[in-house]
Design a binder for this molecule. Structure first.
Ligand code: VG1
Ligand code: CO
Length: 545
């Protein structure tokens, strides 16, 4: 098949954010938009010719079209082999696993993660490197530079679509396309990490019930295969299991605001023992007990404290890592275990170097992302299996495990307040205003709380020495509490401001306290320091997690 060169011009705003390039579907469908970005990725990758790439996405609207466009471009750019999930489907952690287990050069993942899908929703694309993880900043910066200069992209003369419905090999031009079962290789990895016999026994215990909400996104096929078929959970334990291009009109974000169906079941008198949900691309997780929600920061800490109960981590942890806005609950576990705890900027790409260098085993973010060195992405279903394995070994409820954790380590009371679709200029002014104030804050008090320290978080990568600045404004108070303010890098409408609030509560008598009530002094201090609500004209956050 002959290669066709198509002339193009740079398109504005093709800067990959926290996890790739995310825009409205309408933008991705503009002529040349997807092509410019994909060609820019191909142009900056030395060694692409003849290499093997992995390709798949979360099945959202435009996934099928984008896959066909990318396949033709890959063939025209001399890619040797493309490993594609059947029907173009791969969860983000499964794509990471395939890149690693197949020794691929890298991979392209199509998803806008937890953002809504459909013709009016969002689409996204991200490049992962050979370790299976998101491209580091040096690569994304090179891609962005290339998008500013691009003048042509390559595809094939023939506009033929490849049938991706059947597992097996086919060719497109000189490129081999290998269509694989999206679940099989990932499921084998889970079997090695967790005690499947014990999980089967747990799920067979009389009266023990689970509910996994796939939110009509990519984890449906994964959870159905692993939880129901391999582990024997009764049919129907996985709800909203069929992936839909618009996620059934829902918002595939596993949090108390969007996972309403799961929470309605888990809050009922007849609640299952264990509930969980994952997001659009399968890398996030929410863990729920009967009438009890586990915050992601606590979940990471509980997994770290109990890791040796699980076969894959029986030898102990080399270290742990959390993103800066994530609560310090895991820091206390690391201290007790005598292992290092790393604090990175938001986004999974920063964990990759630490995991590759063997500096940590578990890592996580407050935004419902938890993972380990088994892949180089966060992994929703992995976290679910980890929790089930803990339940099987400890024989206690989710709530009992978390309460026992608090009694041992104290409770890091935590919440994140999101102000979405804020006017971008106003949001930037709020952040710039607080940034300018930071040096003057120590010693001052805000709504009665004394500031002890304030800074703009910067991170020096311990492996490659690269420095990332401007990663979030932090204000620490004399009573040990802290607030963080940062701008989201994944929204597609206006700006999203995230306010992270944390207060340590050692007193077991106060562990039952409502988080919002416990954090009210900090919420007041944040308003005193930023006038965020006054300046955005919002009475309350859009999302509280
Ligand atoms: C958000 C989360 C961050 C996460 C990122 C990608 O980024 O806060 O913790 O890594 O989404 O997650 P931001 O810049 O909007 O705060 V996913 O599941 O959307 O790939
Ligand atoms: Co995601």
């Amino acid at each position: 098949m002959r290669v066709k060169t198509v002339a193009t011009r740079p398109i504005e705003g093709q800067q990959p954010g926290t996890s790739g390039l995310r825009k409205k579907v309408a933008v991705f469908r503009e002529p040349g938009y997807l092509e410019n970005f994909v060609q820019s990725v191909f142009d900056v990758l030395p060694g692409l010719a003849g290499s093997t790439l992995v390709l798949g996405g979360d099945g959202r609207f435009f996934n099928d079209r984008a896959i066909q466009i990318i396949l033709r471009m890959a063939a025209a750019n001399g890619v040797g082999r493309m490993i594609v999930g059947r029907d173009g489907l791969l969860s983000t952690p499964a794509a990471s696993e395939l890149i690693r287990s197949r020794g691929a050069f890298g991979g392209l993942i199509l998803s806008a993660s937890h953002n809504p899908g459909g013709p009016d929703g969002d689409f996204g694309i991200k490049y992962n490197i050979g370790n299976g993880g998101p491209a580091p900043e040096a690569v994304t910066a090179a891609v962005h530079q290339r998008t500013l200069a691009i003048d042509r992209w390559l595809t094939l003369e023939d506009d033929v679509d490849v049938d991706l419905g059947r597992v097996g090999a086919t060719t497109l031009g000189a490129m081999t396309i290998e269509i694989v079962d999206p679940v099989a290789s990932y499921a084998r990895l889970m079997q090695r990490l967790f005690d499947f016999d014990r999980l089967r026994a747990l799920l067979a215990r009389p009266g023990f019930r689970i509910c996994f909400d796939a939110m009509h996104a990519i984890t449906g096929p994964y959870a159905t295969e692993i939880l129901e078929r391999q582990l024997g959970a009764p049919t129907g334990s996985v709800i909203n299991a069929r992936p839909l291009p618009d996620f059934g009109g829902g918002h595939p974000d596993p949090n108390p605001v969007w996972a309403t169906e799961l929470l309605a079941r888990m809050n009922g008198a007849d609640a299952p023992d264990f509930g969980a949900a994952s997001d659009g691309d399968g890398d996030r997780n929410m863990i729920v007990g009967a009438r009890f929600i586990v915050t992601p920061s606590d979940s990471l800490a509980v997994l770290a404290a109990n890791a040796t109960l699980v076969p894959g981590y029986a030898a102990g942890l080399k270290g742990v890592a959390r993103s800066m806005p994530t609560s310090a609950a895991v820091d206390r576990v690391a201290q007790a275990l005598g292992i290092p705890c790393h604090e990175t900027p938001t986004g999974w790409k920063f964990f990759g170097n630490l995991l590759d260098a063997g500096l940590c085993t578990l890592c996580g973010e407050e935004s419902a992302g938890t993972g380990s060195d088994h892949v180089r992405e966060k992994d929703g279903l992995w976290a679910v299996l980890f929790w089930l394995n803990l339940l099987a070994v400890r024989g206690e409820s989710v709530e009992a495990i978390v309460r026992a954790h608090w009694r041992r380590f104290g409770r890091n009371v935590y919440s994140r307040h999101d102000y979405e679709a804020v006017d971008a200029a106003v949001a930037q002014q709020i952040v710039a205003g607080l940034r300018a104030e930071l040096p003057a804050l120590p010693g001052r008090s805000a709504a009665g709380l004394a500031v002890s320290r304030a800074d703009d978080f910067a991170y020096t990568d311990p492996v490659d020495g690269s420095i990332s600045r401007g990663q979030g404004l932090r204000v620490f108070f004399a009573d040990g509490s802290r607030l963080v303010l940062r701008l989201s890098g994944t929204g597609t409408e206006g700006a999203t401001l995230r306010l992270y609030l944390e207060r340590y509560e050692p007193d077991p008598a106060r562990h039952g306290i409502d988080a919002q009530a416990a954090l009210q002094p900090l919420i007041d201090a944040a308003e005193a320091l930023t006038a965020l609500r006054a300046r955005t004209g919002r009475a309350a956050p859009d999302v509280i997690t």
